[in-house]
Design a protein around this ligand. Sequence first.
Ligand SMILES: NC(=O)c1ccc[n+]([C@@H]2O[C@H](COP(=O)([O-])OP(=O)(O)OC[C@H]3O[C@@H](n4cnc5c(N)ncnc54)[C@H](OP(=O)(O)O)[C@@H]3O)[C@@H](O)[C@H]2O)c1
Length: 324
Amino acid sequence: MSKAVTRLALIGYGNVARALARLLRRQHAKFPFRITGIHTARHGTAVAARGVPVDPVFGPAAASIDEFLDAAQADIAVELTTLNPATGEPAISHIRAALARRMHVVTANKGPIAHAYADLRDMAARQGVEFRFESTVMDGAPVFNLVRYNLPGATVLGFTGALNSTSKLVIETMERGGSFEDGLALARSLGVTEADASFDVEGWDSAAKTAALANVLMDARTTPQAVSTRGIARLTPERIAELGRAGKTVRLISRARRGAGGITLRVRAEVLEKTDVLASVGGTSNVLLLHTDLMGTIGTVSISPGVEQTAYGVFGDLVDVTRG
Ligand SMILES: NC(=O)c1ccc[n+]([C@@H]2O[C@H](COP(=O)([O-])OP(=O)(O)OC[C@H]3O[C@@H](n4cnc5c(N)ncnc54)[C@H](OP(=O)(O)O)[C@@H]3O)[C@@H](O)[C@H]2O)c1
């Protein structure tokens, strides 16, 4: 990347944004990004043309996203606010406001990708700027960039993925003799559940990831609500034990398929052989298989990703954007 400083406006300063700020500080000599503004919901806003430190002193919150972006004077807006899986807002409006100012946008928030991807992609193209979102599915593991850079000329016909960590932790806890609630408590303690854990166990997290993947990789123009979804809420330790004796387990599986009648999208708790590649990773690890016309099926696996990997996915997008 060129050594010119690239200015960043961070919208949201929670776990991911703070991990990103630490990563940017460590990499500063090689990658001269400068955070010129941070805007949050309750902590307030910090703006400094010469750079906002990792532990900023926040002033009063900017009155609007427009006021914040005008003050921050950044090259790239980084949207890292809380996921709203039902509507994708206010992140969609944040991204539109940044694109309207001809700022590039990088986000880890899958709401906008699951609800408004085609609109935002087209707006970015009209404005002549980049819109990137690698960390929205499988944290920093390459999914969207894998297709963008490594599958030129191929069409994604569908995908199959075990993408929800909470459900895996619940199932594994029951396999060890614990209860559903024990599993949920473990997932909470590891910080992998969404703010409302029912999003995970009822399948809405997987539905949002399925919609996001389908929108980007298959131009599905869908929403999480249109994904046929059933979660793991009715699974019991008894059923899991019975399946275990037969060498089987359960995973919450996202499936997409392009057929004659269009694209079908569904999320189900599926019974799998324990040796199935989709069941072969546990805990917070995820696996995604992409089914293509020219390259058959290939996959990507993330092993025990944490917030550092999510932050890396955002960082990788930032580096890529600055390369032009
Ligand atoms: N955590 C992960 O490992 C992970 C992995 C992949 C993707 N993601 C996605 O990354 C995003 C950030 O996750 P996180 O774990 O960092 O969330 P978080 O810790 O809950 O932080 C969210 C931040 O957004 C701010 N915020 C909320 N609503 C806002 C609004 N209307 N305007 C301005 N700021 C607002 C909050 O402000 P206050 O600080 O004032 O409350 C907070 O700073 C989410 O969309 C999440 O789904 C996270």
